[in-house]
Design a protein around this ligand. Structure first.
Ligand SMILES: [Zn+2]
Length: 372
């Protein structure tokens, strides 16, 4: 069973992905346009870097677009090609996505850095990952939003803005990017997923220290939904994965990690249990348009780096550190999956990762659910 688990890695995207509009406005003061974007990776930068790495890899890294793969839906709303990079020959498939929210750039930079690491460095650890896993890496899920420096994409006919991390729902799939990436996901049938996002600047409620990164699961562990999936398997595996990441990062000097929550000390904190997000739909085995009739599903986790372009500040500790903690977090998780060490972790230790007291679950299916 473990061998069939695909890790969907989407790193920083859930905080902003799953926060309600009210939370979003609270957590993300509108400073849009006030950030110096000159150092932020563009769509063309991404293509150049992918092509450079592909050439250097001598065939090990395959860079392709959904158009080249022949998908019916294969470009963004503004007709940008959708890029995916594949590396590794292993039986276990891991989906890693960055920048589903256009104004959260580190997902793209982190995934490109990760690919560079595997192309350049043939250490035994990296070799183990590439022997046991096949990585499907999407550095820029939302190229239009990235170029516009906005969270969403914009429908080409109406101009309506769509949060792509709410669009994998029965009544969703309004944006062509969602149809395109879903079709690819349904064909790949990953075993695990990782999603990379950014959150607003955040402090530890008790110590006042800056939190550099939050670890999350978009269907709350021990919450209303996750324990009921696959006889509780995903409730265990997602917690094991994050405990593994926490243990592997907590001793680095520049990381300060907690569990992801939404809210504030004045309004109270809650965990998210959102069914319409991309990585949630993957865990729920969403069958859209008959493309996933077997209702394939897999566990998935997300990382939230602190700081985003809406805050006009990409993190107190600096851009390099914020990117590097994602690279290390994803790499350590991949190594744990490749060696099965992830499954040695005690899922109950999830509770050891710091988190403010919560009063319930913020959901998109049953409103707010109080803890008791
Ligand atoms: Zn996000």
């Amino acid at each position: 069973m473990r061998k069939t688990l695909i890790i969907l890695i989407s790193i920083s995207m859930l905080f902003t992905v799953f926060a309600s509009p009210a939370f979003a406005s609270k957590n993300h003061p509108s400073t849009e346009g006030n950030t110096n974007m000159s150092s932020i990776l563009t769509y063309d930068d991404m293509i150049n870097e992918l092509e450079k790495l592909e050439k250097k890899s001598g065939g090990e890294l395959e860079v392709t677009t959904l158009k080249e793969l022949g998908y019916e839906f294969n470009q963004s709303e503004q007709n940008r090609d959708l890029y995916v990079a594949k590396i590794g020959d292993g039986p276990e498939k891991v989906w890693i996505q960055g920048r589903i929210h256009g104004d959260e750039p580190y997902g793209a930079e982190s995934t490109l850095k990760l690919l560079k690491k595997y192309v350049n460095n043939q250490s035994p650890e990296n070799q183990k990952i590439l022997e046991e896993l096949t990585l499907h890496v999407i550095p820029m899920y939302n190229p239009d939003g990235s170029e516009m420096n906005i969270r969403q994409t914009e429908l080409s006919d109406s101009g309506k803005r769509i949060d792509l991390n709410r669009d994998w729902a029965e009544d969703g799939f309004e944006a062509v990017e969602s149809k395109a990436w879903y079709s690819y996901w349904a064909d790949v049938q990953p075993d695990f997923g990782i999603d990379i996002h950014h959150q607003g600047l955040k402090e530890d409620a008790e110590t006042g220290d800056a939190i550099t990164m939050s670890l999350g699961v978009s269907l709350a562990p021990n919450g209303p939904t996750l324990p009921n999936l696959e006889d509780g398997l995903y409730n265990d595996v997602t917690r094991q994965a994050q405990v593994h990441v926490y243990d592997s990062l907590k001793d680095y000097g520049y990381t300060n990690i907690d569990r992801y929550t939404v809210g504030s000390s004045s309004s109270g904190f809650s965990e998210i249990d959102i069914h319409g997000g991309v990585v949630s739909a993957m865990m729920l085995g969403l069958n859209f348009n008959g493309l996933n009739e077997e209702e394939h599903s897999h566990p998935a986790v997300f990382f939230e780096t602190s700081g985003n372009t809406r805050d006009g500040n990409l993190g107190q500790r600096g851009r390099g550190h914020n990117i590097q903690q994602n690279v290390l977090g994803v790499h350590n998780l991949l190594h744990g999956l490749a060696t099965d060490e992830v499954y040695d972790a005690d899922p109950e230790r999830w509770d050891e990762i710091p988190r403010p007291e919560i009063n319930g679950y913020f959901t998109d299916h049953s409103g707010f659910i109080p803890l008791d």
